[in-house]
Design a binder for this molecule. Structure first.
Ligand SMILES: Nc1ncnc2c1ncn2[C@@H]1O[C@H](COP(=O)(O)OP(=O)(O)OP(=O)(O)O)[C@@H](O)[C@H]1O
Length: 386
C-alpha cells in the first residue's frame, strides 16, 4: 500500500484529504505543522508528501528544502492557499513535484498524486538499472596501499602482462581483477571467472579446457571450457592456490603455448587469453611444500599486486563506511543515515578481519538497529570486539 504524508495546519483540509485518500486505498499520515511533518518524514518512508505552504513552526518551503536534501526521490506536492500561488510556483522551481490550489480539485489532485508516484517508481527503476549497467563498482580508498594499487592497475592494464593478486579473503582481489580487465584493450571481450577452490579436482580440467562428447561418463555433450570462452578477453583464476597439480601442468602448457586441448579431444585449439590469478595463500610456501609448481608461479606472477587488509589501511575505513551508508540507504529506499564522529572513530579503530564484507554487514546492522544517527553507543552495543 502506498504511503502518503499530509502536512497542513488546517484541520478541515487534512480531514477531507485524509478521507478521500484513504478511500482511494492509500495509507495516510497527518501532521499539523512542518516540524511534526519533518519528524514523520525522517522516521518513515513515504511515496508522496502533500505539504501546505503557510504553516507555523516550519513552513512548506523550509520543509521542501530539507526533504529534497535528505531524500530527493520522494515527490513533494505543495498545497497552495489564497495568495501563495507565486510561492508555489517558486517551490516547483526548487524541486517540488507540483502544486495544487486550495480548495483542492479532487480529480486533479488524484492525478497529480498518481503521476508523482509513477515518477518515483521510474526514478528508482532507473537507478537500479544504472547500477546494473555499470559493471564494475568504484574502488574506494585513498590510503597509500590502495593508491599504489590504482597506479599499478593503470600501468599494467593496457599490457597483456599476467597479474597475480594476493591478499586475505574479501579484501578486494576480485575487484582488482575486474578493473584490470575493464581498463585493458580487452574490455570489449569477456571477463570469465573460475573459482578453482569451488570445483572438484576431477572436474577442473573439463571446466578450464572443455570436453568432447563421451570423454567421461557425465560428458553427454561437447562443451567449451573457460579458456576458450575467455578468448579475446580475460580469464580470472580465483583461488589459484587450490588447483590440483595435474590441472596446474595443463594450465602451464596453455600459458606457454597459447593452445589448449579439450578433455577427450586431440585437436589443439589456439586461445588468446590474458590471465589474472588471485590467491589468499602464500604461493611460495605452497611451492616449498610441493603443492604448487614454481614454473607456474613464475608464469602467473609477472606483476604482483598485494591487497592489504582493512587493519593495514585504516584511512579508508571512513570512506568505505560512508559509501556503504549511501548504498544501504538507496537499497532500503531511505535517506542515508548519519553517523557521528565518535562512532566513526570507533569503527576506524576496530580490529577487523580484513574482509570488507564484514564491514558492510556491520554498517547494515547499525543502520537497522540504531536511531536517527549512529552513535558511539550503538557501535559499542552492536559491534562485538574481537
Ligand atoms: N576498495 C573497495 N571499495 C569498495 N568496495 C570494495 C572494495 N574492495 C572490496 N570491496 C567489496 O568487498 C567485497 C569483497 O571484495 P572481493 O570479492 O573483490 O574480494 P576478494 O578478495 O576477491 O574475496 P574472496 O577472497 O572471497 O574471493 C565485494 O563486495 C566488493 O565489492
Amino acid at each position: 500500500m502506498s504511503n502518503i504524508l499530509i502536512i497542513d495546519d488546517e484541520k478541515a483540509i487534512r480531514k477531507t484529504l485524509c478521507e478521500i485518500l484513504s478511500y482511494e486505498g492509500f495509507k495516510v499520515t497527518e501532521a499539523s505543522d512542518g516540524e511534526e511533518g519533518w519528524k514523520f518524514f525522517t522516521s518513515n518512508t513515504y511515496d508522496v508528501v502533500l505539504c501546505d505552504i503557510k504553516m507555523p513552526k516550519m513552513d512548506g518551503l523550509e520543509f521542501l528544502t530539507k526533504a529534497t536534501e535528505v531524500n530527493p526521490d520522494v515527490p513533494v506536492i505543495m498545497i497552495s492557499g489564497h495568495g501563495t500561488i507565486e510561492t508555489a510556483v517558486d517551490a516547483v522551481k526548487k524541486g517540488a513535484y507540483d502544486y495544487i490550489a486550495k480548495p483542492p480539485d479532487l480529480n486533479r489532485m488524484l492525478i497529480t498524486i498518481r503521476n508523482a508516484m509513477d515518477k518515483n517508481t521510474l526514478s528508482k527503476e532507473t537507478r537500479t538499472l544504472k547500477r546494473r549497467v555499470s559493471k564494475v563498482q568504484e574502488m574506494i580508498g585513498e590510503s597509500d596501499g590502495i593508491l599504489r594499487i590504482k597506479e599499478t592497475i593503470e600501468k599494467v592494464a593496457p599490457t597483456d602482462a599476467r597479474v597475480l593478486v594476493t591478499g586475505e579473503n574479501g579484501v578486494g582481489k576480485e575487484m582488482v581483477a575486474r578493473w584490470i580487465h575493464e581498463k585493458s584493450n580487452r574490455a570489449d571481450g569477456q571477463l570469465v571467472e573460475v573459482n578453482c577452490a569451488a570445483i572438484p579436482g576431477e572436474l577442473i580440467e573439463s571446466e578450464l579446457f572443455g570436453h568432447e562428447k563421451g570423454s567421461f561418463t557425465s560428458a553427454i555433450k561437447q562443451r567449451i571450457g573457460k579458456f576458450e570462452q575467455a578468448s579475446g578477453g580475460t580469464l580470472f583464476l580465483d583461488e589459484v592456490g587450490d588447483m590440483s597439480l595435474s590441472a596446474q601442468a595443463k594450465v602451464l602448457r596453455a600459458l606457454q603455448e597459447g593452445k589448449i586441448t579439450r578433455v577427450g579431444g586431440d585437436k589443439e585449439i589456439s586461445v588468446d587469453v590474458r590471465v589474472v590469478a588471485a590467491t589468499n595463500k602464500d604461493l611460495l610456501k605452497e611451492v616449498e611444500e610441493k603443492n604448487f609448481r614454481l614454473d607456474l608461479y613464475h608464469r602467473l606472477g609477472v606483476i604482483l599486486i598485494h591487497v592489504p587488509s582493512l587493519n593495514d589501511r585504516r584511512a579508508d575505513i571512513p570512506l568505505l563506511v560512508d559509501k556503504f551508508l549511501a548504498d544501504i540507504g538507496e537499497e532500503y529506499g531511505q535517506a542515508k543515515k548519519g553517523i557521528d564522529k565518535k562512532a566513526m572513530d570507533a569503527l576506524q579503530k576496530h580490529n577487523w578481519t580484513g574482509n570488507i564484507r564484514e564491514l558492510r554487514n556491520v554498517v547494515e546492522r547499525l543502520v537497522i538497529l540504531s536511531g536517527k544517527t549512529i552513535t558511539q553507543e550503538d557501535v559499542t552495543n552492536y559491534v562485538l570486539p574481537r
